[in-house]
Design a binder for this molecule. Sequence first.
Ligand code: KOT
Length: 841
Amino acid sequence: EIAKWNPKALDLWEKFAVPENDDKESFQSSFVRHVTSTLARSVYNIDNFSAYQATAHTVRDRLIKRWNDTQQAHAEVGPKRVYYLSLEFLLGRSLDNALLNLGLKESYGEGVEDLGFRMEDVLDQEVDAALGNGGLGRLAACYMDSLATLDYPAWGYGLRYTYGIFQQRLNDGFQVEFPDYWLNFDNPWELPRLDVVIDIYFGGSVSKYTDNNGRVRAIWEGGEPIQAVAYDVPIPGYGTKNCINIRLWSSKPKRKFDLKHFNEGQYEKAVQAQMEAENITAVLYPNDNHMVGKELRLKQQYFWVAASLADIVRRFKKSEKPISDFPKQVAIQLNDTHPTLAIVELQRILVDVEGLEWDDAWDIVTDTFAFTNHTILPEAMEKWPVPVLTYLLPRHMQIIFDINLFFLQSVEKKYPDDRDLLARLSIIEESSPQFVRMAHLAIVGSHRVNGVAELHSNLIKTTIFKDFVKFFGQEKFQNKTNGITPRRWLHQANPKLSDLITEKLGNKDWLKDLFKLKQLEKYVDDPDFKKRWVAVKGSNKARLADYIKKQTGISVNSNALFDIQVKRIHEYKRQFMNILSVIHRYNLLKKMTPKQRKETVPRVVIFGGKAAPGYYIAKLVIKLINSVADVVNKDLSIEDTLKVVFIPDYNVSVAEIIVPASDISQHISTAGTEASGTSNMKFVLNGGLILGTVDGANIEIHEEIGDENIFMFGNLADKVEDLRHAHRYRNKQMDPALKAVLDDIESGHFGDPRIFVPLINTLTIGKDYYLLSDDFGSYLRAQDMVDEAYKDKDEWAKKSILCTARMGKFSSDRAIKEYAESIWNVEPIPVEEVREHKLHE
Ligand code: KOT
């Protein structure tokens, strides 16, 4: 027994542990202590930013306590854990979220006000943690919130990028990118674990040797190691003591400086290795739904999965269980194909390091992994050239060839003499050079594969993964419709609506069981409730109007219909179609008599979203939106019946202002292209209606909220192939309304038309791959129905309430329970109970 375990020492530990006291005074004492000790400031030189830092550090102390208690309880129980591997975690801000999840918002709010600050201003100092591109990264963040809230023993693994997604500014209506150096000031939301370091190797060579049992074994000796250093990000659950962890790896050179080169006078060479090592986690690749075949991206992927697996295996080994128990202790979810090399790395560890037979190792591997597919866009499918893999990871390439050999042998056995089938299923694309198809590898190495909404899951089973379903059978392929956390996306982003709901329902239980919102239905005809509901929406619109004024200088009328499309700019999402319909509307308004204009519903059309820096067409869409805005917003003749706004630098914290303020939001992707979408869920949860296509989760939202509460239009997914064929091989007539709008742009109404030629060509010479012309007519009709419906304010309020009331299904809690029960086979561990049990022992 070491000395610190004696009763006297334990008493001291207990006495001086961080106080559990969450009252105003303990906050204030901690705040002042952090201002003086942590920040080395005083009452004379503390500003809002320091107040934020002191508040954040006070909360951080509480989080660390919970983090420790949780990890200790998990170590005690030794449950099966789930590991969520994601290259992106789009967390946004943490302070407000932590205050709400810990139930400290009120007491700390009062505490900070006594000290002379406003909590709102303090919260506004925080920079977003923007380590993601869009939906995929934000989904990972929502899932971490639900895992924590539902008491699951879970960890996320990702990369600690020095630069997150770029900041977007506008110059003459064009997007310009600025680096997101988010770690400029200290980051209170991470715990550096400078002692948790793992060496990662690239390159080197493979040799064979014969072991004591006469078996030929491979041994890989990599080149110069690079260090992976762990940074832990605590994720507190709502209304529970459970606090889970996201471990982010940062790359660091093992050897700081090459003395040999330095002494030879080659200074640059002496620091080159160091710079290359640090490069690995320097920057998030800014492409959504698009693969960029850069070697550095592949290095990021391996660096991350190798560090994570070493960590997971090390933790498993502490349990001293036999290695065959690995899948009983560990479930690993692959967030898209980005972490697919983890499959190969685990097989390598089991065979080369642990000495298992190939087949035994492979059973463990496939029982451990499950794979989520997020897109069927061909340009997003990851494939890596065999020569690049061979030189970066020679042993892994051999293992991939072996996995493929054994897999194809089993296919051949089941379906003899079907060479086409073999070619279609093969993990290797037989081109020159050869490529590794990461989705194929992920399917073969996993026991479950899932899509992210019903339509999408059905599409992957009948199109891109059809042959795999034939071989493996239906059971391996599941649906897990995405979800969003109601804590951030209603409680935090829309406090007024949250309060109103809590008041009506009598308590906050709905925040942990979103189906409880159903109870709101009884108030749809209660005039007083409706009035208050509409007032909340009005105040959220006013808040957004203020924000727009501040960011863009544009004044908008918050009594107008707020029509919002915010998401990454991508051709398949069809922001282009939206702005073309705005031009159509503008032209109609100009032709109207003043009397007619008086009768129309005024609209504010709001856009936001980033284009990948190399995505030329998407950047032209941004320019066109701004060019149209310039003309429309200063045209007095239309008497404020239309305004167009592009909100710059759309991100999580901006979304928290935008989402509660919609009357209509648009989700208008070509049918079959948007796997799920998740912002659609956020808007509807906040009482906004959808104008959308029959795509992704729109379909299931429609099912839940009913026909009267959503505006759907456009061709169905099963028509898309034929329509594209018709564009390619027959000269289809273009919709006349669309033609007129394009002519208008070409006439120079919206600035130099030469700029937009490549964009317009996507509809004419480019054969309209995303079928704007096929959907334009029904899109305009749907828009008219929106206008008509909005005129009846009372009916609209009813629709809005029903939208919120019927969104229970789209909580990420529901999604996570489904994953836990039908893929991971993990159970909740109530941290508090474990600790109490321990105390009574
Ligand atoms: C693909 C490659 C790189 C970066 C991101 C992707 C990506 C993003 N693939 N799919 N997504 C989106 O994932 C969301 C969460 O499941 C979906 O809601 C959305 O429809 C996908 O486009």
